[in-house]
Write a protein that binds this ligand. Structure first.
Ligand SMILES: [Zn+2]
Length: 229
């Protein structure tokens, strides 16, 4: 069973060496010849509590943590000298698609139409953390799990479609920042003044669900007001 990092390596033409050892990051199988965790893992690494902490670092994690990699965007554009962690990723054994922050509509569309399994999805908000090793490898696309920064969120594409539509409605009226919490009375008044229909229903619906993981996911991929067509 390949981990998300090992799937990422495979998409880049590297078959991670397998053996009786365990990877410090992803917990996947690693070989004697793989890098030693003691030499690779920096003392400054902050996510020790969520790492698997084996004795090796597998070839997959070495590939998934590169700071000067050639990445290929979902639209085929190639970029040199890139940090893997700066991008969101949709990974299958054949392809690792990178999504820059400026292409949220494409990423949202991909979440609604996941690839054929096995696949892994990683959504980076900060661009600062290595996240691929945390991603579950999905074997079906009806209820996939994605890494959203350091949370794992499971979703059903049809439910995400509805939640995203709600986020788009609110963002178009109030800006994306409004998705960070429940809607206030003054925001409701503002929406009414914009002649938006069914404001009460929108406010009630959002205020019931804004802190659900599905809403975090929808908000993360919802385009900014300025990027809406
Ligand atoms: Zn690994």
């Amino acid at each position: 069973m390949l981990t998300a990092s090992q799937l990422f390596a495979l998409a880049n033409g590297i078959a991670a060496a397998s053996g009786p050892f365990r990877c410090w990051f992803c917990g996947g199988a690693a070989a004697q010849k793989c890098a030693d965790a003691a030499t690779v893992v920096k003392d400054s690494f902050t996510a020790r509590d969520i790492a698997s902490r084996g004795s090796k670092v597998c070839d997959g994690c070495m590939a998934a943590m590169q700071e000067k990699a050639t990445v290929v965007l979902f639209n085929g554009e190639k970029r040199e000298n890139q940090k893997i962690r700066s991008y969101s990723w949709v990974i299958t054994r054949h392809k690792a698609e990178a999504y820059p922050k400026s292409y949220l509509p494409a990423l949202a569309d991909r979440l609604l139409n996941p690839p054929e399994p096995p696949f892994a999805i990683v959504i980076s908000k900060s661009g600062q953390k290595h996240l691929i090793y945390l991603a579950p490898v999905n074997l079906d696309k009806t209820n996939p799990g994605v890494v959203l920064e350091t949370n794992i969120v499971y979703y059903k594409p049809e439910e995400l479609r509805k939640r995203l539509a709600l986020c788009v409605l609110i963002t178009a009226a109030l800006g994306k920042k409004a998705l960070d919490g429940p809607l206030t009375i003054s925001q409701a008044i503002k929406m009414k003044n914009m002649h938006i229909k069914q404001v009460e229903e929108i406010v009630q619906e959002w205020n019931q669900v804004w802190d659900e993981p599905l809403s975090w996911l929808a908000a993360a991929v919802c385009p900014k007001k300025g990027d809406m067509s």
